[in-house]
Design a binder for this molecule. Sequence first.
Ligand code: ZN
Length: 90
Amino acid sequence: MGDCAWQATSTTGGKTSDKRALESVADLVRRVELAEGLVRAAEARASVTCELCGTAGVLHRTPAPWCKTLCPACAERAGYAPATEAHGAA
Ligand SMILES: [Zn+2]
């Protein structure tokens, strides 16, 4: 009798803690997906905004493996070539 009561309590406790663990994992997944969405949104904005003056720009690159999003005016001043042209030439 005493054994059965102990087992029932133990089983219920185990299930509750499993459920909580699953809920916290699901919550973590939702948070990660939300964070990834924010990062993608920020990247999308950064890819069309000049890093130097903030106006509309496109991705540019230098001979060094480094890319910057710049408007045509800033790109010319800094000696950057549009990433698409540099990629086509290589
Ligand atoms: Zn600019």
